[in-house]
Design a protein around this ligand. Structure first.
Ligand code: HEC
Ligand code: HEC
Length: 339
């Protein structure tokens, strides 16, 4: 009697847990991977806080090829002047090197362009992580009046009249061009944009001479001070949300734009204020200027700001130089892509 009572109680309990899990899982998928607000310093973490990028990724060649053509195709923009590559040139490490991007009619964007290289390894897309996948991300620039200023009906109409693209679409997807074919092909192409064999990855794979002693000291500091509690994993970032300005105000009292509020701009949930995706630091030495607002012109400046606003620390000149040397070692091999 007691036994079966306990059993029922246990069953009820697990049912409650299951329902709770389902509820939290379904109602707010965007928050499921949110990390605690304060970083947990990984003082004695081994080098496995960061793992090397793979040397190859397995993708459908026909889809990559179609995506490559679409990525460089200005017909995705309203006036045919701007392609994805306009703001994300692959040969320039996937960035336009501007403080904020310029879209059609030379309009100023409100944000700095993050790189598309290795973006397939990020758990969400955009500075504030509001796009759940690379496929979803494509809707953003196509419809953004400051970027490509177009819409799917117009884009698909134009592309469908191109026999070469139609043949490729049939080959890669077994159907004519439509919105989802474009989204999928571009996303698949982006997943092919990886930068393997950075000196730091060769170091992780056992080549002790691949990076300088200064860079090794920088990596040690990066872990000891707590940078690696946020920037970690294969992409040295890109796997969690964190607050910008944990220990001090990032904005220095300047007037705030909607995009400065991070994920809140998309969800209007109080707890999402100033929450950003921790960005990947792969190839970061090549992608100045820095931060979502492009406010740091150089890497040493960005590193000092991070130490101050995220960790409440003032770095010595020597520490800054060591960390920058480590970040320099994260520059990998550019993918070979024909425009
Ligand atoms: C006018 C410049 C411009 C154009 C054109 C443009 N982008 Fe972007 N891209 C940006 C900016 C700025 C952001 C950051 C926006 C944000 O976070 O809200 C961004 C963000 C991204 C990201 C997110 C990367 C990350 O780490 O979060 C990807 C992926 C991307 N763009 C791919 C594309 C693709 C694909 C196209 C073409 C369909 C495209 N972009 C067209 C400027 C541009
Ligand atoms: C609490 C989490 C957290 C910690 C700790 C942290 N960062 Fe960041 N880091 C972020 C976030 C979030 C951003 C994005 C800021 C933005 O959108 O403006 C960022 C941005 C950066 C950037 C700019 C990347 C780009 O592409 O513009 C660099 C460089 C950087 N961090 C380096 C560091 C270093 C070095 C440390 C340690 C001294 C550190 N971070 C500590 C969360 C963190």
């Amino acid at each position: 009697m007691l036994d079966s009572g306990m059993k029922i109680l246990k069953m009820r309990l697990s049912l409650v847990v299951l329902i709770a899990a389902l509820l939290t899982g379904c109602s707010k998928p965007v928050k499921e991977a949110a990390a605690p607000a304060l970083p947990v310093p990984i003082a004695e973490a081994g080098s496995d806080v960061i793992s090397p990028l793979p040397q190859h990724v397995q993708l459908d060649g026909a889809q990559v090829e179609l995506g490559r053509l679409l990525f460089f195709d200005p017909r995705l923009s309203q006036d045919g002047s701007v392609s994805c590559a306009h703001c994300h040139p692959v040969s320039n490490y996937g960035v336009d090197s501007l403080r904020v991007s310029t879209g059609i009619h030379g309009q100023m964007d409100t944000l700095n362009a993050p790189t598309v290289l290795n973006s397939g390894f990020n758990f969400r897309q955009f500075w504030n992580g509001r796009a759940i996948s690379l496929e979803d991300q494509v809707d953003g620039p196509v419809n953004n009046p400051l970027e490509m200023g177009s819409n799917w009906a117009r884009v698909v109409g134009r592309l469908q009249s191109d026999p070469k693209l139609e043949t490729l679409a049939m080959h890669a997807y077994g159907r004519p061009i439509d919105k989802n074919v474009v989204r999928s092909a571009i996303a698949t192409f982006e997943r092919s944009l990886i930068t393997p064999d950075a000196p730091f990855d060769r170091y992780l794979r056992g080549d002790q001479t691949a990076i300088s002693a200064q860079a090794q000291d920088g990596f040690r500091l990066f872990k000891q001070l707590g940078c690696a509690s946020c920037h970690q994993g294969m992409n040295v970032g890109g796997n969690m949300y964190e607050k910008l300005g944990v220990m001090a105000d990032f904005f220095n009292g300047r007037p705030l734009q909607p995009a400065d509020f991070g994920l809140y701009a998309a969800t209007h949930q109080e707890q999402d204020k100033f929450l950003f995706k921790v960005p990947s630091l792969r190839n970061v030495a090549m992608t100045a200027p820095y931060f979502h607002d492009g406010s740091a012109a150089t890497l040493p400046e960005a590193v000092d700001t991070m130490a101050r606003v995220q960790l409440g620390l003032t770095l010595t000149k020597a520490q800054n130089t060591q960390i920058v040397a480590f970040l320099d070692s994260l520059t990998g091999q550019l993918p070979k892509v024909q425009p």
